[in-house]
Design a protein around this ligand. Structure first.
Ligand SMILES: [Zn+2]
Length: 289
């Protein structure tokens, strides 16, 4: 699709059903939301959605940018079995989307959970090496230190083990990492801004091109019901109060700017804009050319 002067592709790694009853059991609310959403967002009595793990690939300002390079093949994450031992043709899909690994210029991870940085590296000849040999990998300072075992700011997380050693350190050692403070201007159309909470250094990428705005929001939102109820959440946040405040702020901004939201896990069509239905914020799926 095109967004201003940018072209955009989505590259999927995998999808699987996740129940939303961990977020809320308010059936009247869920039923209202279900009626306004396409199939795949709130299905059946179990209220499942098709959790999609995907990357966004942007071409703009002469750059090929990969946002959130998914989990990777052959990993063992212990407490996250849906992500274990994957064997997907993600890199082939990326190439088919016009972004073969050696032509990627910028890699940006909204945060360093394994499903957003796994393909930073691939396992070759007994060690992890950068997948994108000609790219600059942008890491947000606070997020980088949150996971670095050598940093006093580091704290462990049972579902995200060894992420720094496996997915970040090999990139640093190859000289491809750039640790940035926010806000950070990537190129004339692209800026990285804070979206803290889900993790302390969680950030988003803002695209502004020819009057059009889009926000690649990572896991600030896992599901559209969080647009009308920002307090709802899946387990695993670093700082829930900040995550809720970030969602409130983003909902205002998305509405004020008429911007597209491009999250990391929404079911098809995977992105959209926000509107109002009475007093309730509603997700308007799709809408780009
Ligand atoms: Zn995620």
């Amino acid at each position: 699709m095109r967004l201003g002067a940018a072209s955009l592709e989505r590259v999927e790694e995998q999808r699987f059903p996740v129940s939303l009853t961990a977020m809320t059991q308010d059936e009247a609310f869920l039923e209202r939301q279900a009626r306004s959403l396409p199939p795949g967002f709130l299905d059946g009595a179990a209220r499942t959605f098709q959790f999609s793990s995907h990357s966004w690939v942007l071409r703009v300002d002469g750059l090929v940018v990969v946002v959130d390079p998914c989990t990777g093949n052959g990993r063992r994450l212990g407490q996250a079995p849906a992500f274990n031992d994957l064997d997907t043709p993600y890199l082939e899909r990326l190439a088919a989307a016009g972004a073969p690994a050696d032509e990627v210029d910028v890699v940006f991870c909204t945060h360093l959970h394994h499903d957003h940085c796994g393909w930073n590296v691939t396992f070759q000849d007994g060690r992890w090496v950068p997948t994108f040999p000609n790219a600059v990998y942008l890491f947000v300072e606070e997020e980088f230190h949150r996971w670095d075992p050598a940093s006093p700011a580091q704290h462990a997380n049972s579902f995200n083990p060894n992420v720094f050693d496996h997915c970040v350190r090999p990139v640093v050692e190859a000289g491809l990492a750039k640790v940035v403070s926010l806000p950070y201007q990537v190129s004339p159309s692209l800026t990285i801004e804070s979206a803290t909470g889900h993790t302390v250094g969680h950030a988003m990428l803002r695209l502004a091109s020819e009057g059009m705005r889009a926000y690649f929001t990572g896991d600030a939102f896992h599901h559209p019901i969080q647009f009308s109820r920002p307090e709802l959440h899946l387990p695993g946040c670093d700082d829930l109060a900040s995550a809720i405040e970030t969602r409130r702020r983003l909902v205002r901004r998305l509405r004020d700017e008429g911007a597209f939201v491009m999250p990391a896990h929404f079911p098809a069509p995977h992105y959209g804009r926000l509107g109002l239905d009475g007093d309730e914020v509603r997700f308007l799926p799709g809408g780009a050319e």
